[in-house]
Design a protein around this ligand. Structure first.
Ligand code: ADP
Ligand code: MG
Length: 745
């Protein structure tokens, strides 16, 4: 049946080679009851493991029924174990969380038996080892002797021609040991039984052959009883494991260890809710920012009492609208030039020969008509070029350079030819002492120009030229195809950069150029004719601008045309409420006025300094990273949880389960658990939505999930759980059975 020819087994451990046994020659046949003895470390276990196909060997040849095995794959050994070998171990190697019945049943489930054929067989076997009373007891509650009898029952039910027992009585008292040997003898008929023991007397009565090992070699091999020769081995019959049995085990494993179930459930619950939150907050954010225009860089004023409003029909505000809003009870004030709140402007002192001598003040622009209180320095403006500012008392422009500040001419960076002089200063209130920005109170005409600019900043601009659309990035500081107003350009005409001619080739004078402005509130188009091409030399004459270096590659149009594009009444305003406790009531009242109110604090993260495109990309990247990080975190957590179950999967392998089946069983377990977690999240969201659990933000988030989204979320979770199970089993099957087993025991 089994034949070893010069077989050696080596262990490679961190560069050191140890030998398990060397050059063993041995032939074993059905009908033999072989006792192997020898001192500890002599190679007995190693020999049994190789004979059982649980471990590999390095040298020589092992024959199974005359077939060479040195080229056997793991799959072929699986089949050998399944058909031929049943193992019994010193430490029983049972599934502690299963009952006696379930432990014995396990082999039959793995071998494709149907439920109805299983029961009788299992109960008979349990009866045979005298444990009927305990059939529904968890194995962990049994004594050592009882456990070993369960192990024997399990080995017997497998009905293989070979039974291999490695010190099966090693952990038992004399009485139980005797029982166990007795039972083993009973089943030994027409089988090959190989048993390692220290206690020869116990077994002498039954053994047909005694083998003694020493230092990895067989030093004695005595046949003490005649056996019947040439009995054909009867391999155990098995079918492929049925799907039902896989599910039966998967379900059993899901719930059989409660703490493990809860831990896995929590991990999956966490993943599901994290993906949900990430996705819906992303949607919420997108939704909000598509409803309301922000300043170029997001919101500067994050006061919790600020509510942004626009009209539900997206038309502009009229005086009548403002009046209605002012009549509401909880309104502290309305900011009509809403877009100014969130844009910081910079005014630079006129160019100076020594650059570090120059000055710049930046901060919010406000209308001089809204100025309240008394100045600390200087006077109120008397003409259109004069402004007053609010400044931090400790700013060194105030402490050290006050004289200069008051006497220099400034120019708002975005508007050329607007000379400004600071004529009055008011100190910032004490509580805002860490704010080093300057509030600039400017006259009406400047406000108009700046409002145009603010509208421009919230718009997308496209240029239609030469039958092509080109995106003009008209945001601040960008040079490319920026549209600018000029007094020197005639109405209906455009003066364009020489570069435009170079890129299109040919004459472009008198050609059409279209400018299309789009934002969430309005759409405007202008069709112009190119009247001139500017170059560095004629730039100043054609456009009236002086700084060619900063603004080349642009399109200059008549101021009136420019106003058509951008001089619009306000479409958006901000109201500040008096009493925060009443803010939700105020929100409702605003809604009833046909407005669309949004608290600024609902807009999520502030992205001061970033532009919207970058934020969108960043958000997508963050989402992807979150999913990946989640996957790996959960993989590691689940691996730790499952590692404690290595012994379980190894036991399945020893019992002859194929790697495919084990993978499947694990898949099912994780799938059930993740599905339950998904259902848990759904249940929780349902309670929030029904307002049984009060959670305003989450309730809001649920609006962004439809059936399709939930389906996709479910698929994401299911795929994740499957990937995790795949990775885990891949690791598990990298090593031989006995290596994993030894690592665990
Ligand atoms: P026995 O079962 O007779 O006590 P073993 O078969 O367990 O002996 O061990 C035989 C020899 O192989 C011993 O020298 C032991 O140190 C060595 N050995 C066993 N398992 C390993 C292993 N996993 N790694 C390295 N050496 C091992
Ligand atoms: Mg041993």
């Amino acid at each position: 049946m089994l034949k070893l020819k010069n077989v050696s087994k080596f262990y490679y451990n961190k560069g050191i080679i140890a030998s398990g046994f060397t050059k063993i020659n041995l032939e074993l046949n059905i009908g033999e009851f072989v006792a192997i003895t020898g001192e500890s470390g002599s190679g007995k276990s190693t020999l049994l493991n190789v004979l059982s196909g649980l471990d590999s060997y390095e040298e020589g040849e092992m024959y199974i029924n005359g077939t060479e095995t040195s080229h056997y794959t793991e799959k072929e050994f699986e089949e050998y174990r399944r058909k031929y070998v049943a193992n019994i171990f010193q430490n029983f190697n049972l599934i502690n969380s299963y009952t006696v019945y379930q432990n014995v049943e396990l082999v039959l489930l793995l071998n494709g038996y149907k439920k109805k054929d299983i029961k009788e067989k299992v109960l008979n076997m349990i009866d045979e080892v005298g444990l009927t009373k305990f059939k529904n007891t968890k194995v962990s509650k049994l004594s050592g002797g009882q456990k070993q009898r369960v192990a024997i029952a399990r080995a017997m039910v497998k009905d293989t021609p070979i039974i291999v027992a490695d010190e099966p009585t090693g952990n038992l008292d004399t009485e139980s040991a005797k029982d166990v040997i007795e039972i083993l003898k009973k089943v030994a008929k027409d089988k090959l039984v190989i048993i390692v023991t220290h206690n020869l007397e116990q077994i002498e009565e039954y053994a047909t052959r005694i083998i003694k090992m020493h230092d990895g070699k067989i030093v004695q091999d005595t046949k003490i009883k005649e056996i019947q020769e040439n009995i054909e081995p009867k391999p155990s019959i098995y079918k492929n494991m049925t799907l039902i049995n896989k599910y039966r085990l998967g379900i059993r494993n899901t719930f059989n260890i409660i703490p493990k179930f809860i831990l896995l459930f929590l991990v999956f619950f966490f993943i599901t809710s994290a993906v949900f939150t990430e996705y819906t907050s992303f949607k919420l954010y997108e939704d909000i920012s598509s409803e309301t225009a922000m300043g170029y860089m997001g919101f500067y004023d994050h006061s919790e009492n600020r509510i942004l409003i626009n009209k539900q029909d997206k038309t502009y505000f009229t005086d009548e609208d403002y009046e209605k809003i002012e009549k509401l009870s909880n309104i502290k004030n309305i900011k009509k030039d809403d877009l100014f709140i969130d844009t910081l402007f910079t005014a630079l002192s006129e160019a100076d020969s020594t650059s570090f001598n120059s000055m710049s003040i930046s901060g919010q622009i406000k209308n001089i008509n809204d100025f309240k209180g008394n100045l600390d320095i200087g006077r109120m403006p008397e003409n259109d070029n004069e402004i007053v500012i609010i400044a931090n008392k400790k700013h060194y422009y105030i402490t050290d350079r006050l004289d200069e500040l008051l006497n220099r001419k400034f120019e708002l960076e975005e508007l050329e030819n607007n000379e400004l002089t600071v004529v009055g200063i008011k100190y910032r209130e004490e509580e805002k002492v860490d704010n080093y920005n300057f509030d600039m109170y400017v006259p009406d005409n400047l406000i108009t120009n700046l409002r145009n600019l603010a509208n421009k900043r919230m718009s997308k601009v496209k240029i239609f030229f030469n039958n092509k659309y080109q995106e003009s990035n008209s945001y601040m500081y960008s040079n490319y195809l920026n549209v600018l107003p000029s007094k020197n350009v005639a109405k209906g005409k455009a003066v364009v950069s020489d570069n435009l001619r170079l890129t299109s080739g040919g004459n472009i004078i008198n050609k059409d150029i279209g400018i299309i402005v789009d934002n969430i509130y309005y759409h405007e188009e202008l069709n112009l004719k190119i009247s001139n091409i500017y170059t560095k030399t004629n730039f100043k004459r054609l456009t009236g601008y002086s700084n060619y270096g900063l603004i080349n590659n642009n399109i200059f149009i008549n101021e009136e045309d420019y106003n058509l594009l951008y001089n619009k009444p306000a479409y958006q305003a901000s109201v500040y409420v008096e009493n925060m406790k009443e803010i939700d009531t105020t929100m409702n009242e605003l809604e009833n006025l046909g407005l669309h109110p949004k608290k600024v604090t609902d807009f999520g993260v502030n992205h001061w300094e970033l532009n919207e495109q970058i934020i969108k990309i960043a958000k997508v990247i963050v989402t992807i990273i979150v999913v990946f990080v989640l996957f790996f975190i959960s993989y590691f957590i689940i691996r730790i949880i499952l590692k404690s179950r290595n012994i379980y999967f190894t036991t399945l392998r020893i019992l002859g389960a194929t790697s495919k089946n084990i993978k499947r069983i694990l898949d099912i377990e994780l799938f059930i658990n993740s599905s339950l977690a998904f259902a848990g999240v759904l249940g929780f969201l349902g309670l929030v939505k029904a307002d049984i659990i009060h959670f305003e933000y989450i309730s809001k988030l649920t609006n962004y999930m439809g059936v399709l989204e939930y389906l996709v979320l479910y698929i994401v979770i299911a795929v994740m759980s499957r990937l995790i199970s795949r990775r885990f089993s891949k690791k598990l099957f990298k090593k031989t059975v006995i290596t994993t087993y030894n690592e665990e025991v």
